[in-house]
Design a protein around this ligand. Structure first.
Ligand code: NDP
Length: 523
């Protein structure tokens, strides 16, 4: 890529031409190689299960992207055993060596960005720039953990010396890894939300078992190959595939797991939290869960900026982002003008094959999401008004995939869908009489992930002070509630959106993967 261009979610709207040509070359290569069978990776080797499943593209469900292993409880315990066996040597590998290997993995992710991005566009239905962004972010997340470890000199800190007469005690605080770390990831950011936690766990000295969503085994396999090919010792990082309800559950119930990072829905996350608590003692449980993210628009807002930021955040990745902007609280004086602008911009969004550069929206990820979209639209039609959308798209090639029209609905504020994460290209708007009212409604949900605000600088201070969310933006055209980047906007949620209170890609994240030991030695 052009040396001076750094791809992030904030820069992706106007990339150099070279980025498109490289994506297209990679897409042709990837398309020539569809339908292959992929093993799991356990103890550095391909591992095959007796049951398999086909991975179909949501863009065209006739296309089989690959055949994957339907892992079971035996496969879960093999992967755990491999990670356990590898732990003593990996945890004692000097942190500088671990960092060097992980930087190699990050470089491989960079080198393979276009192939992995092309696969992601086909497997998730994510547009090409967002797919490339996801892969680029994965490499940056791995590097960020390396950088933190380096900056903190391996987290070994000399403490005060005991002031007692007669002997000298040297005291050190050392952060040390827990053991085997399980990473369970969702379909929507399959590489960043697998690679980020895997990178942190490994940098800290843990060994890892990763399980991707059933919708995205392919891109996560390509990611796992980057870690394998970087030369990490066998068993340090293992990749297993199969249903969450059986394989995932077996992993959670394994007595070998010392810590878990789960990113996904609130319901599954809370189940994991409760199940994990059945172990003999409390183990670290990092949960990154759903969102119901508001944008508040004041009467003093720059409406052009607000409209573009809101539409990008509501409909990027078809609204299937934990950070998607799904609630819009608009002050009365601008209520007529802003929704009209939102509708206008939404109706101009190009929908279709997400590998095609002109398309901003692709399909939703699977049949169940497609059905949910239709059910929610039915429910909305009984209580509110569609400003645009409200239907699935079935003409021509649309009929082969799960395409839905981006939908804006005006709904009464007491409707249940103001509280419920739909995770689809559906967003709701309402008129509010003041910023105080908007703030009360914005905070009156179980979630607290991201939030956006458009208004004066003075009002923005009030917004930051009052809003209950882990990632907050004011007056941002690149995205009202979306588009975080490691080292810039570390990502995590409050309340039902996350368990740790510390954001991924930020200062306080890596220590979550280690426990503290105080070492006092009397000389
Ligand atoms: P799910 O909760 O359905 O699945 C997430 C992962 O959990 C998948 O790998 C799934 O496997 C697995 N799983 C399911 N059941 C179990 C179980 N009993 N034990 C162990 N693992 C299990 O989420 P989605 O993939 O649909 O992702 C969307 C959700 O993720 C949304 O709620 C979104 O807000 C949230 N999310 C949160 C983010 C954050 O940073 N806070 C970021 C991105 C998404 P399988 O696919 O096989 O069922």
């Amino acid at each position: 890529m052009t040396q001076s261009f750094k791809l992030t979610y904030a820069t992706m709207f106007n990339p150099p031409e070279e980025l498109h040509t490289r994506f297209e070359d990679a897409l042709a290569k990837v398309k020539a190689n569809l339908g292959k069978e992929y093993g799991m990776i356990i103890d550095g080797k391909d591992h095959f299960s007796s049951d398999k499943f086909e991975d179909h593209s949501p863009v065209n469900t006739d296309v089989v992207l690959g055949v994957f292993q339907k892992g079971n409880a035996q496969d879960a315990s093999k992967a755990m055993a491999a990670a356990r066996k590898a732990f003593p040597a990996w945890s004692r590998t000097p942190w500088e060596e671990r960092v060097a290997l992980l930087r190699k993995a990050a470089d491989l992710i960079d080198q393979r960005t276009f192939e992995i991005g092309a696969a992601m566009a086909m497997e998730v239905g994510k547009n090409r720039m967002e797919s490339l962004g996801d892969v680029a972010e994965s490499a940056d997340l791995v590097r960020y953990s390396c950088h933190q470890l380096e900056k903190n000199e391996g987290y070994t800190v000399a403490m005060g010396r005991d002031p007692l007469a007669g002997y000298t005690a040297f005291n050190f605080s050392v952060l040390r890894p827990y053991g085997v770390w399980l990473v369970v990831s969702p379909f929507n950011f399959p590489t960043a939300l697998t690679g980020g936690p895997v990178g942190a766990a490994l940098a800290a000295g843990n060994t890892v078992v990763m399980k991707p969503a059933t919708d995205t085994p392919w891109v996560v396999r390509l990611l796992a190959e980057c870690f394998r090919d970087a030369g990490l010792p066998d068993g340090v990082v293992n990749y297993v595939t199969g249903p969450g309800s059986s394989l995932g559950q077996a992993l959670i119930e394994s007595p070998e797991v010392n810590g878990v990072t789960f990113t996904g829905s609130f319901d599954v996350g809370m189940k994991i939290f409760r199940d994990f608590a059945q172990g003999p003692y409390v183990r670290p449980t990092i949960l990154e869960l759903g969102g119901k993210n508001p944008a508040i628009v004041s009467r003093n807002a720059d409406l052009e900026r607000a409209a573009i930021g809101i539409v990008r955040s509501a409909f990027g990745l078809q609204g299937q982002k934990c950070s998607a902007c799904s609630r819009h609280l608009i002050e009365e004086p601008v209520y007529d003008e802003l929704p009209a602008r939102l509708v206008d911009l939404t109706n101009k969004l190009a929908i279709g094959d997400p590998t095609d550069r002109k398309n901003y929206l692709g399909p939703v990820v699977n049949k169940s999401s497609y059905r949910d979209f239709q059910d929610f639209c039915q429910e909305i039609s009984q209580a509110g008004t569609f400003l645009t959308g409200g239907n699935v798209l079935t003409d021509g090639d649309f009929g082969k995939g799960y395409f839905c029209a981006p939908t804006i609905a005006a709904l009464p504020l007491d409707h249940r869908l103001w509280q419920y994460e739909m995770f689809l290209p559906i967003t709701t708007v309402a008129k509010v009489s003041s910023l105080d009212v908007a703030m009360k409604i914005a905070n009156d949900v179980n979630y607290g992930l991201t939030a956006g605000f458009y208004g004066s600088n003075e009002e923005a201070k009030y917004f930051f002070d009052q809003i209950e969310a882990g990632v907050t933006y004011a007056n941002r055209p690149q995205g009202a509630t979306t588009g975080a980047w490691p080292g810039f906007q570390p990502f995590g949620g409050w309340k039902g959106s996350g368990s740790s209170g510390k954001n991924a890609g930020g200062h306080y994240y890596l220590p979550l993967y280690m426990h503290e030991q105080i070492q006092t030695q009397v000389i």
